[in-house]
Design a protein around this ligand. Structure first.
Ligand SMILES: NC(=O)C1=CN([C@@H]2O[C@H](COP(=O)(O)OP(=O)(O)OC[C@H]3O[C@@H](n4cnc5c(N)ncnc54)[C@H](OP(=O)(O)O)[C@@H]3O)[C@@H](O)[C@H]2O)[C@@H](O)CC1
Ligand SMILES: Nc1ncnc2c1ncn2[C@@H]1O[C@H](COP(=O)(O)OP(=O)(O)O)[C@@H](O)[C@H]1O
Ligand SMILES: [K+]
Length: 504
């Protein structure tokens, strides 16, 4: 059995895996030896001719890994300087044994003056804190971390750069900026969530011998977003299908001066394989839209009565409401009328409920309609705070926990957007997305995402999988374009991104 590469283990889950490995008869010191050796090998791989390895050892098992790495590096002829935090004679358990086996004379951390920024400078091995970081760095450790960052020494971090919270990816007081991070068995959420991801540099996962079945049993309901999670439910065009089988997506447009966002969503929906896409617009926007649309159809809907008439048509299989729509009573009424159908609620559709989010959640809670439960909310950070002010402001929660709490409260799938978008379902499943290039931060990019997810919903993909696949496709399309991409280009790159997926 292999550990799937999208597996993520929170620090407490990793500790549980460690505990179960020991119960199954594996030597925990043996795991530490494997970890330390792997660190030394990684250092030599990246810096084969290093002048001096500086190993910084903390007071726990992360420090233990550091003592093993220091010993192995010295045995292979590398000059090693070792600095420790706290009194090494007070180390316990495996770390005490690793220290005892390491014959290098160290010095207190305060004695270290980083020597960086040049070819023959220090390579720092950061074994201060890993999974056991319990509070913000302060005092001499904080000062040292800042000095190492300032000196621009290359840093190889053991498990996590010290100062990064493995659960949330947050910086606790200060954190080292690593070039390489080597972690064990599986990555932790902090390797993917920001700012942790940026401070880890290149991450390598090493198997130190904990059986895969133990890792799988300890892993929770969080993973990295990727095709392995949802490929099985991705709609695949079949030879005998006609367009009506591929779903009918309706996208709501704003008024005459706000049709662009809806058009982007609709175009993205068509590219993502919805058989039919219709833009619904108020009468005064029809002439503007008519000059712009070809394959996308157009339907006049002015008010709630008009919408309710259209909703009689059950061949409409999904809806996108929000991009360019305008904030206010009309948006609220439309969203509530659509709450029993497969719906992507984005942008203005979300912001319209900032005064009374509970009215939206109550509507979502009423189980009705064929597409019940197929609701996706796609807030960016500002919109998230408008709907879930208390959750957004809770400093004890990381982005994953926030998205989960919001999904459970709203009874909808939440796509909490950003460079580290988190997708969460009301039942606790969650994914962190990491394939999005920074070029996606461009006007209209969110509208394209809403259309992609809408089209997947229209093709009957379940909401969580549709949201996750949509976010991934959006990122992949962006990655294919690179610098200078616009939302229009993004629509054009959906085809190649989908083709890549369907071929895989
Ligand atoms: N699990 C596994 O399978 C394997 C795990 N392995 C390794 O073990 C690591 C986890 O070890 P760990 O649990 O001992 O925690 P670790 O990161 O060393 O930190 C705890 C120490 O730091 C201290 N401390 C905390 N915050 C502080 C602060 N801000 N400022 C100052 N001090 C602070 C804290 O002190 P205390 O809170 O008790 O006062 C305690 O002494 C893991 O990352 C991996 O490298 C491998 O060996 C292979 C197998
Ligand atoms: N720095 C970034 N790196 C990667 N993706 C990003 C970044 N910033 C934003 N995105 C993504 O781009 C999209 C922007 O959506 P949104 O904020 O709604 O923008 P707009 O309203 O302009 O369409 C989201 O999918 C978001 O996850
Ligand atoms: K570390």
């Amino acid at each position: 059995m292999l550990i799937p590469s999208h597996t993520l283990l929170a620090p407490d889950e990793m500790a549980e895996a460690d505990r179960r490995a020991a119960l199954s008869g594996l030597s925990s010191y043996g795991l530490m030896e494997q970890a330390g050796r792997a660190v030394a090998a990684e250092v030599l791989r990246h810096f084969p001719v290093l002048e001096r390895a500086v190993v910084l050892c903390g007071p726990g098992n992360n420090g233990g890994d550091g003592y093993v790495a220091a010993r192995v590096l010295a045995e292979s002829g590398v000059p090693v300087a070792l600095f420790y935090l706290g009194d090494p004679d007070r180390l316990k358990g495996d770390a005490e044994r690793a220290h005892r086996n390491c014959k290098i004379n160290g010095a207190p951390l305060s004695a270290y003056r980083p020597d960086g920024g040049k070819a023959d400078g220090d390579v720092v091995i950061d074994a201060l804190f890993g999974a056991g970081l319990a509070r913000p760095l302060e005092g001499e450790v904080k000062a040292l971390v800042e000095a190492v960052n300032e000196a621009e020494c290359p840093v190889v971090a053991v498990d996590l750069p010290s100062g990064i919270d493995g659960r949330t990816g947050r910086v606790m007081g200060a954190a080292l900026r690593a070039q390489h991070t080597i972690t064990f068995m599986a990555r932790k959420p902090g390797h993917l969530l920001l700012p942790g991801r940026d401070l880890c540099g290149h991450v390598t996962v090493t198997d130190i011998g904990i059986p895969a079945r133990i890792v799988a049993a300890c892993a929770g309901r969080l993973a990295e977003n990727g095709p392995a999670v949802w490929q099985a439910s991705l709609p695949r065009p079949e030879t005998a299908q006609h367009k009506f089988v591929r779903g009918h997506l309706m996208v709501f447009s704003g008024g005459p001066s706000a049709t662009g966002a809806g058009r982007l969503s609709a175009a993205a929906g068509l590219r993502t394989g919805a058989g039919l896409v219709t833009i619904a617009a108020p009468g005064n926007a029809l002439s503007v839209l008519a000059t712009q649309l070809t394959a996308v159809m157009l339907k006049r809907i002015d008010d709630l009565d008009g919408l309710e008439g259209v909703l009689e048509d059950k061949r409409l299989t999904a809806f996108v409401l929000g991009p360019g729509f305008g904030i206010g009573e009309r948006a609220r009424a439309f969203a509530l009328a659509l709450s029993g159908r497969a719906l992507v609620l984005d942008a203005d559709g979300i912001s319209s409920f900032s005064e009374d989010p509970q009215s939206l959640f109550d509507a979502f809670r009423q189980e009705r309609g064929e597409e019940q439960g197929q609701r996706v909310l796609t807030p960016h950070e500002g919109e998230f705070a408008r709907l879930f002010a208390d959750i957004a402001g809770d400093r004890s929660l990381g982005k994953v926990e926030k998205a989960r709490a919001a999904a459970s409260r709203a009874n909808a799938v939440i796509v909490y957007k950003g460079a580290d978008t988190v997708i969460a379902a009301p039942d606790g499943r969650a994914l962190i997305n990491a394939n999005a290039p920074p070029w996606l931060a461009t006007a209209g990019s969110g509208d394209v995402l809403a259309g992609i997810i809408g089209a997947l919903l229209a093709q009957k993909m379940p909401a969580f999988e549709a949201a996750a696949a949509g976010v991934w496709l959006h990122g992949d399309a962006g990655g294919r374009l690179g610098a200078g991409l616009t939302a229009e280009d993004l629509v054009g790159a959906i085809g190649p991104a989908l083709a890549g997926l369907l071929a895989g």
